[in-house]
Design a protein around this ligand. Structure first.
Ligand code: ADP
Ligand code: ZN
Length: 215
């Protein structure tokens, strides 16, 4: 499947993407994971992106398009891909449309994961992430804590609160989402690609996608 996952920070895009990869071997492409990996390994990209990310601001479109142009041409994308956290702005969506046309790739749809704001806020404040950039497993102190406090079940690295998950950065990220990313819902509706799912949980989203694609 070739999908875009839309939704506010904390809507569950990453969790849904991981569940969908198990269905048909499509790869999850998370621009947030790629950027955090680059910051940790101190590459040029990481150095450029770091300040924006700490503040909860978007990284400039040109940097993101450079990453995605390369990533979408890697061979593992042939089976399909789940775009998680990209596109994030109308210019990115327009550039993506052009890029896909050039690469002769057709999207199945853009899935809008719709979650009430109270749930989003609560989730983001209690979310914890594995610090290892090759793992980045996600936990929740209330609903899904690691077996041993502060230690990743999967790889044993420290599980921490992300620097952009302080209360201040979270409210800034949500404002940025409303201003810059929410307009993509209208964009993909016009393209005839939008599927909105009111998400009580991630399984419900996965089932909605399966049903629509007949999988
Ligand atoms: P979340 O969806 O939880 O906000 P992500 O992991 O997707 O978090 O992104 C973390 C940060 O990485 C964003 O706040 C932003 O600074 C940067 N980022 C990720 N994807 C993009 C993108 N497509 N365009 C611009 N910035 C991005
Ligand atoms: Zn881990």
């Amino acid at each position: 499947m070739k999908l875009i996952l839309l939704g506010a920070p904390g809507a569950g895009k990453g969790t849904v993407a991981k569940l969908l990869t198990a269905i048909d071997g499509s790869v999850q492409i998370s621009t947030g994971d790629i950027l955090r990996g680059a910051v940790q390994s101190g590459t040029d990209l990481g150095r450029e992106a770091e300040g924006y990310m700490k503040r909860g601001d978007l990284v400039p479109d040109a940097l993101i398009m450079g990453i995605m142009e390369k990533r979408l041409q890697e061979p593992d994308c042939e089976k399909g891909f789940l775009l998680d956290g990209f596109p994030r702005t109308i210019p990115q969506a327009e550039a993506l449309r052009e890029l896909l046309a050039r690469l002769d790739i057709t999207l199945d749809m853009a899935v809008n994961i719709d979650v009430p704001r109270e749930i989003i806020l609560d989730r983001l404040c209690t979310r914890r992430t594995c610090e290892n950039s090759d793992c980045q497993a996600i936990y929740n102190v209330k609903s899904n804590p690691p077996r041993e406090e502060g230690v990743c079940d999967k790889c044993g690295s420290p599980v921490v609160q992300r620097e952009d998950e302080t209360e201040e950065a979270i409210s800034h990220r949500l404002a940025t989402y409303n201003e810059k990313t929410a307009p993509l819902i209208g964009f993909y509706e016009k393209e005839g690609l939008l599927l909105t799912i009111e998400a009580v949980n991630s399984e419900a989203v996965v089932n909605g996608v399966r049903e629509k694609l007949g999988l």
